[in-house]
Design a protein around this ligand. Structure first.
Ligand code: HEM
Ligand SMILES: *[C@@H]1O[C@H](CO)[C@@H](O)[C@H](O)[C@H]1NC(C)=O
Ligand SMILES: *[C@@H]1O[C@H](CO)[C@@H](O)[C@H](O)[C@H]1NC(C)=O
Ligand SMILES: CC(=O)N[C@H]1CO[C@H](CO)[C@@H](O)[C@@H]1O
Length: 518
């Protein structure tokens, strides 16, 4: 009797586990109707984890969408969407909150930034503080950014390129781009005088980039297995090597140091000194504290500001550098389009003529060049610097996506630019780089509008890239300055294909070009 009672309980437990772990998720849950990327995904995340561990996230999701359509299930509580209506429009424009993935992967200084904040309320307060200084009209007319542009382009970049042309020495432009974009963004954040000079300081740039990039191979553990490192540490083992901690400490100290210098100039209105973004955040946080009637804790505030600045520096430099590298690569492969661009650039007034120029044409006039615009857009489509997943969480109580109803709350849902940008119905022959698909004169206006809806290099909705206008203004200026003065050809583009990651870079981490004066 006692035995059968125990076995009855055992059977009940097994039945419950089978129901909860297999029957419900695989057959009864509303998620069960969504096509599975692999037969095991309703009951186990292991298949997708393994793919991610092998750095095959993008290709796995791309293959699943190609095979199964615009919505697929990737795990017991993870799905992916790949369409605009009912897809990214519902999730991102609809304001689903960010997944815990962000603070895990991109946290620094023990706190969160606008990018890593999960809750939409705290996030929108922070975003309201900063979006005005990143608006297109502010950036196009900013005297500060004008000085930064002149210094970076005329005093730093063009002399380096001229020297390469004169000596006929090939240049690694990917390395150069990573210095250039850091200088651009840091000098806007902290002021020209107290920003970085990575472009000219080659040895510090190299050291800094090494510190920054050495942590990348371990991103997987932060993203997908956040507890593993802690558990292993208890056992005296390390998943993430010590040199990553050393690099993190060095980068934190570097950000704090930049903020310390900016603080000294925070009351300056001299456009070469005024730390625009630093100042805006600091003053807004003070105002916020006054409104709430609290006295700001200076140490905590400095840490919050440093975290935000660090995040914007890294978000801003890496993506823009990768975009520029692919732009230079494509133009070097397409001498005909390079020539057409040069013709368009000859209409700029004043022209960007090195070494004669002492003034740059207005940001607005560069922004108005249609071919340049098409070249930049097409490059960001085919080589999105963030091609990877942007995870969000489904809201309470449930939602509908891509025609599937009752999707429960708390499900991780992603989309990825890599796949949105390769829909052959919207972008015919998606793997080929064709700036003309963005030109008004060459396309049906409805088709062009549809393409714009599917363009997702900067994301969409409330968490869309705050720096998109800065990135575009900077990218266009650099391209205009280079092709007004030089012709580029490829010397070595081995391993130019991008790694499969959230933020990408060429696998070979280089692009060697030859520069000739025109
Ligand atoms: C070509 C260059 C750039 C690309 C392709 C890019 C792309 C993106 C994307 C896709 C997102 C959304 C990420 C997500 O939700 O997972 C994002 C957010 C963000 N980006 Fe950019 N970005 C670029 C340049 C910049 C620059 C120059 C800055 C400098 C300030 C910047 C700062 C940020 C910040 C702060 C966020 C978070 C915004 C929020 O959560 O409200 N980005 N970016
Ligand atoms: C920061 O800018 C101020 C104002 O121009 C200048 O006096 C100071 O030397 C700069 N600091 C550094 C470390 O460059
Ligand atoms: C800037 O101005 C504020 C308010 O006037 C003042 O409290 C602060 O000490 C000043 N900071 C510096 C570095 O001069
Ligand atoms: C940027 C990136 O990760 N690209 C890879 C995505 O997946 C495809 C295959 O589907 C690869 O060819 C790309 O290299």
């Amino acid at each position: 009797m006692a035995l059968s009672m125990t076995s009855l309980v055992a059977v009940a437990i097994v039945a419950l586990v089978v129901y909860k772990g297999v029957i419900y998720p695989a057959f009864i849950s509303p998620l069960a109707k969504i096509p599975n990327a692999h037969w095991s995904v309703p009951v186990s995340p292991v298949w997708m984890l393994w793919r991610r561990f092998r750095m095959q996230n993008n290709r796995t999701i791309q293959a699943a969408h190609e095979r199964l359509g615009p919505i697929v299930r990737l795990g017991p509580s993870e799905i992916s969407v790949n369409c605009v209506d009912g897809g990214i429009k519902s999730v991102y424009t609809g304001g689903f909150e960010k997944h815990e993935w962000y603070p895990r992967v991109f946290g620094s200084l023990g706190t969160v930034s606008m990018f890593t904040m999960v809750g939409s309320k705290t996030h929108s307060i922070r975003k309201r503080m900063l979006s005005n200084i990143y608006s297109k009209s502010t950036l196009q007319t900013s005297p500060n950014l004008r000085l930064v542009s002149k210094a970076v382009i005329l005093d730093r970049l063009l002399p380096i390129l001229q020297e390469a042309a004169d000596s006929q020495k090939p240049l690694d432009v990917h390395d150069l781009n990573q210095g250039l974009t850091m200088d651009f963004v840091s000098c806007y954040l902290f002021g020209l005088q107290n920003g970085t000079n990575h472009l000219q300081d080659h040895s510090f740039r190299k050291h800094w980039l090494h510190m920054y990039l050495c942590r990348k191979p371990f991103e997987f553990y932060h993203q997908e297995m956040p507890y593993l490192n802690g558990w292993m540490k208890c056992l005296g083992l390390r998943v993430i090597p010590k040199y990553c901690d050393v690099a993190n400490d060095m980068l934190d100290a570097w950000a704090l140091d930049l903020c310390g210098k900016a603080e000294q100039s925070v009351n300056s209105t001299d456009p070469s000194v005024e730390p625009i973004v630093y100042k805006q955040l600091k003053q807004s946080l003070d105002k916020q504290a006054a409104k709430e009637g609290v006295k700001p804790d200076r140490a905590e505030q400095l840490n919050d500001i440093a975290c935000e600045m660090y995040d914007q520096l890294t978000a801003g430099f890496e993506t823009s550098a990768v975009g520029l590298t692919y732009l230079l690569w494509q133009l070097s492969r397409h001498p005909d389009i390079q020539e057409q661009l040069r013709e368009e650039l000859s209409t700029l007034d004043p022209p960007i003529a090195f070494p004669r120029s002492s003034e740059l044409p207005s940001a607005k006039s560069i922004d108005n060049l249609p071919l340049l615009e098409a070249i930049v857009t097409e490059t960001l489509r085919l080589h999105a610097p963030i091609p990877g997943i942007q995870p969000r969480v489904t809201p309470e109580p449930s939602c509908s996506l891509v025609g599937y109803d009752n999707i429960p709350a708390g499900i991780r849902v992603n989309a990825q630019a890599y796949s949105l940008h390769r829909n052959p119905q919207v972008f015919p022959d998606p793997e080929s780089w064709q700036p003309k698909r963005w030109l008004k004169e060459e396309n049906d206006l409805e088709e062009l509008e549809e393409r714009r809806r599917w363009f997702w290099a900067f994301g969409s909705g409330g968490r869309m890239c705050v720096g998109s206008n800065l990135a575009l203004q900077e990218t266009k200026l650099v391209a205009a300055a280079i092709y007004s003065n030089f012709r580029t050809t490829i010397v070595n583009d081995d391993d130019i294909d991008a790694i499969d990651a959230y933020t990408v870079h060429p696998r070979g981490e280089k692009l060697i070009l030859k520069f000739e004066k025109v």
